[in-house]
Design a protein around this ligand. Structure first.
Ligand code: F0G
Length: 457
């Protein structure tokens, strides 16, 4: 088999500034050992997120010039609406400035004290928006999804038995909707099978509950279905996406992922009454219904991006480039979530640094070391991001301590990825010298963005 090459040529480049380890030590100290607080220009390879970091295509940039900036009824809105409708079949399509704005609108209407929303795993902004509305967010991930070392095809699946038990225990009247996140970002970018979506649908039907998809990485999920689920090998990505969304009543979307844009999102649904309520909130918080929180040009770029994401040669390269990094790390013994997911590699920091307990944030130790040794920026997804405190202010750690290396779409080449592998492997070989961290400042919500740390002696 020949090398799977990037299915594009590069027309515009952005120089990378190089730094030395001594400079990076100083930068880390200034940033309170939180990679979120490092200036982007001081990063060599930025794998903090795959969100809003895509390289746009020539056609998307052309769309930026062509965008219609009319306040109401913009042509770009109708192009965007048509594209979303083609892929999802949803009746009411509401643009927002990004995914969390869609979540905020939805949960400010359906979430309130006493309500509870199940998901395979809520992403942090989804959870935060649910909790901000006074409701509760509950994760019902299947067991395999909680074990980084178990190899399975669809580790993002929801546990259907748990979902049924949960509905019976909490009572349908307290559950405004069921959600499923494709792919399951917080659980390792693992896909959800079509069968699982159908099963969730069946449970929802039994109890009369609406199903919403958190669809940020829908095309990557569809590609996994095509490759791994029986009966889908000969189906087009578009038709797999259409089937996925046909089981849902609504969706939230961060277009910053699988719509290949730097900003954008939307909320879509079939229920007219709910859509009208959402549009009313939209007008107050985001803007008129035909632009949401966006410029006409952004809608144009989204429409074009949604068309490009369905290209199978793109998805093939995309999923393979993540797997390529995973293969290199596994060959060197680095513990990662297996199999590799759609948009990122997740280092299992618990196994990586067995000498650092959760309350000393092993994931933070790994991500700081990756920056220190190679200028690579990664993101802790463990006790810093999801840890809670009990009544005695003792940390309640989440089930996994992960470090995510999210791969921006169409941005880095194979040699960039080779370099990343070299840095991770070097840090892994010297893992026993890594030290834990303590938090010296934290905000009450989403603390990982702004927390400051100090290394432990
Ligand atoms: N849902 C999922 C599954 C996400 O991954 C994200 C964002 C959102 C919702 C919120 O979308 O950022 O446009 O407001 N994830 C980014 C990440 C931030 O790095 O994984 P947003």
């Amino acid at each position: 088999m020949k090398t799977i090459i990037e299915p594009f040529r590069i027309k515009a480049v952005e120089p990378i500034k190089f730094t030395t380890e001594t400079e990076r030590n100083h930068i880390l100290q200034e940033a309170g050992y939180n990679p979120f607080l490092i200036k982007a220009e001081d990063i060599i390879i930025d794998l903090l997120t795959d969100s809003g970091t895509s390289a746009m295509s020539a056609k998307q940039w052309a769309g930026i010039m062509d965008g219609d900036e009319s306040y109401a009824g913009s042509r770009s809105f109708y192009r965007f609406e048509e594209m979303v409708r083609l892929i999802t079949g949803m009746k009411f399509i509401i643009p927002t400035h990004q995914g969390r704005a869609a979540e905020k609108i939805l949960f400010s209407i359906v979430g309130e004290h006493g309500k509870v929303i199940p998901n395979n795993t809520h992403f942090d902004t989804t959870r935060a928006n649910i909790e901000f509305a006074g409701a509760e967010a509950v994760d019902l991930l299947n067991e395999a999804g909680k074990h980084p070392e178990i190899i399975a095809d669809f580790k993002g699946n929801m546990d259907i038995e748990k979902l049924e038990a949960f509905i019976q225990e909490r009572g349908v009247e307290h559950i405004p909707l069921v959600m499923v996140t494709v792919t399951n970002n917080s659980g390792g970018g693992q896909p959800v099978s079509m069968q699982n979506i159908k099963d969730i649908r069946a449970v929802c039907d039994q109890y009369g509950l609406p199903l919403f998809i958190d669809a940020c990485r829908f095309a990557e999920n569809a590609y996994f279905i095509k490759k791994r689920e029986q009966g889908y090998a000969d189906r087009s990505i578009l038709s797999i996406c259409q089937e996925m969304f046909s089981y849902a009543d609504g969706m939230t979307m961060s277009a910053k992922k699988d719509a290949l844009v730097n900003i954008g999102g939307f909320l879509a649904m079939n229920n007219q009454e709910l859509a009208m309520q959402c549009r009313n909130v939209l007008i107050v918080t985001e803007g008129f219904p035909t632009y949401g929180g966006l410029a006409g040009r952004d809608l144009e770029a989204m429409a074009q991006g949604l068309e490009e994401i369905l290209d199978e040669s793109y998805l093939h390269y995309r999923i393979r480039s993540v797997e390529y990094l995973g293969d290199k790390l596994l060959a060197a013994g680095v513990p990662i979530i297996e199999p590799t997911g759609g948009h990122a590699i997740y280092i299992d920091a618990k196994r990586f640094c067995q000498h650092i307990p959760s309350y000393q944030f092993p994931g933070q130790a790994v991500s700081v070391a990756l920056y220190q040794k190679g200028g690579v920026r990664a993101c802790e997804i463990g006790s810093v991001m999801f840890g809670k405190y009990d009544e005695n202010q003792q940390l309640i750690p989440p089930p996994m301590e992960l470090v995510r290396l999210a791969i921006p779409r169409r941005v880095y080449t194979q040699s960039h990825i080779d370099y990343v592998a070299e840095v991770i492997i070097e840090v892994f070989q010297n893992r026993n010298s890594l030290k834990g961290y303590q938090i010296v400042y934290e905000a009450p919500m989403l603390r990982h963005f702004t927390a400051r740390f100090a290394p432990l002696a």
